[in-house]
Design a protein around this ligand. Structure first.
Ligand code: ZN
Length: 534
């Protein structure tokens, strides 16, 4: 259910995929030898997946091509499909199948496909079953109303318009958490739903550690004269930007036989099957970096799901483990690859050729510094790698304050502005560029929505360091526009496993260490130390 609650957020992954006949057939050969109850479970899961994938397709259409007047009917259609999927997942028949498979499961290897599917299904079923259907319907209706209010309030810069909705959201979020009694912190169930296994106390500790390492770096950089990024803010015609992004995607290995790119308002990736994983982008004619980096970001999300083991088709094992792990894959491509010098040593001449008037006389060095400009800013989604996580921490802390009843919704704009002043040294001139900027709180739930972004940044650096250690030639290959070695490493170590492991298990397996702030901080020190001569 949590996935549905979040489906309006940027970069979301929606539902589970369809199957294709060929991969299902291939898969049947392995599972025919297995327990009949397992086969029955798998059949039911595939049915749920087919319904959810149809809902995903309706959502994709809504966000890309649907005429505006289709919205009301589309809302009803989505609600119906999601309700059916929810009912099928929480069905008592699933519970008894899972029960009767306990002995079978105990005999299987932990990381076998079968044991992993049973384990994951049990978790998803138990989580969904704890929330009454009537509550799910209430929250779904409220979410639609709240989103609509936000869509009006943001351009009108009118927080008062969304305040009553947000108060209701907070109430519903606490109520949702209370379906999972026994937590240490009311945010724990909400965090757990996006980043399974994490608690508020864990995140607080990680964030405190990261923060005290980042702040001195931000201070040292912003004490210097700002980097000139005017080269990115000339006029870049939309059609030329789209043409370049499609060419770039093809060169980086995004397979247009298994995906496509369309325009949208808030870029996201979605999957209808492991063989149909689509991305969306947005383009600003006066800001080249928006289209460029949202394309690479969503491509990273798509690579992850396109790389899932085809045996997972039609089951919940397809997809990404958690908000954090998924984001680690998009940020790895966007930042560690897409904002790196070796990458642009190869691709910048192509970009110059696509925009000769705008970039013909701009050096690679000027461009590289512009796309890595560090500044104290107001908007999270536009923030640079060094300050980005400070934006996330502000939201995370405010979420906890709201849930703990330390902060009233009516006082949220002032609290937001005060935190920006204190943490980033800037104060929003309007709520539009302040508390109203992110859709997350206005589309259904408060709690658990933001920590995944920073967890993803931390993991992206930790995974990339492991990839470099195994393949020190990766940067030299990037200079030649060759991403195969890196892609293969990610495929082998991360993509193919889908949702088989928990985030903590995957990190240990891949990097032989628990999640740590060190790789990200080391990367930032090394890269920005060089750019800013720190
Ligand atoms: Zn993302």
């Amino acid at each position: 259910m949590q996935m549905y609650l979040r489906s309006r957020a940027v970069c979301v992954r929606l539902e589970t995929p369809n199957h294709t006949t060929s991969s299902l057939d291939a898969n049947m050969q392995t599972i025919e030898k297995t327990h009949p109850k397992f086969l029955e479970l798998k059949t039911r899961l595939t049915e749920i997946n087919n319904i959810s994938s149809a809902a995903s397709l309706l959502y994709w259409d809504q966000a890309t091509h649907m005429p505006p007047s289709g919205a009301a009917a589309r809302g009803r259609q989505l609600a119906t499909l999601r309700q059916i999927a929810h009912e099928k997942l929480t069905d008592g028949a699933i519970a008894s199948l899972l029960d009767s498979l306990r002995a079978y499961e105990a005999d299987l290897a932990y990381d076998s496909n079968e044991a992993s599917l049973i384990r994951l299904t049990r978790r998803l079923h138990e989580q969904a079953a704890k929330v009454p259907a009537a509550f799910t319907a209430t929250i779904s209706q409220h979410r639609a109303a709240s989103y609509e209010a936000w869509a009006k309030a943001r351009p009108a810069n009118d927080f008062a318009l969304v305040q009553p909705y947000l108060e209701k959201t907070l109430e519903l979020s606490r109520e949702w958490a209370n379906f999972f009694p026994g937590y240490d912190h009311v945010a724990d169930p909400l965090i757990d739903a996006s980043d399974y296994g994490m608690k508020a106390a864990d995140i607080r500790a990680i964030f405190a550690d990261l923060r005290q390492q980042l702040v001195p770096i931000v201070e040292a950089i912003t004490a210097q004269a700002p980097v000139d990024d005017a080269c990115l803010h000339q006029t870049y015609p939309e059609a030329d930007q789209i043409a370049f992004s499609l060419k770039l995607l093809a060169q980086l290995g995004y397979d247009f036989q298994r995906g496509r790119q369309d325009k949208t308002l808030h870029p996201f990736m979605t999957r209808f099957s492991i063989n149909d994983v689509r991305i969306t982008t947005r383009v600003y004619e006066n800001d080249l970096s928006q289209g460029l980096f949202s394309t690479i970001h969503e491509m990273g999300h798509a690579f992850y799901e396109l790389g899932n083991d085809l045996a997972f088709e039609g089951t919940p094992l397809a997809g990404g483990i958690s908000a954090g792990v998924h984001e680690s894959q998009s940020r790895l491509w966007e930042n560690l690859v897409g904002r790196s010098r070796p990458f642009w040593q190869f691709f910048y001449p192509q970009l110059q050729a696509a925009f000769p008037q705008q970039l013909g006389n701009v050096s690679l060095e000027t461009f590289y510094r512009a796309i890595n400009k560090v500044q104290r800013s107001l908007i999270r989604t536009d923030a640079d790698e060094v300050t980005y996580n400070l934006h996330v921490m502000i939201r995370f802390d405010l979420e906890l304050d709201l849930l703990e009843d330390k902060l009233a919704v009516r006082d949220l704009p002032a609290a937001w502005n005060e935190r920006y002043r204190r943490d980033l040294g800037v104060v929003p001139e309007s709520d539009r560029n302040g508390v109203l900027q992110d859709v997350h709180w206005y589309s259904g739930i408060i709690g658990g929505a933001f920590q995944g972004y920073t967890l993803g940044n931390l993991m992206s650096a930790q995974f990339f360091a492991a990839a470099l250690q195994a393949n020190p030639e990766i940067p030299a290959q990037l200079e030649e526009g060759n991403v195969h070695r890196l892609h293969n490493w990610l495929q082998e170590n991360i993509y193919r496993h889908g949702r088989k492991y928990t985030a903590a298990e995957l990190i240990e397996r891949v990097t032989q260490a628990p999640l740590s702030t060190t790789p990200l901080v080391d990367y930032i020190k090394q890269k920005y130390g060089q750019i800013y001569q720190l």
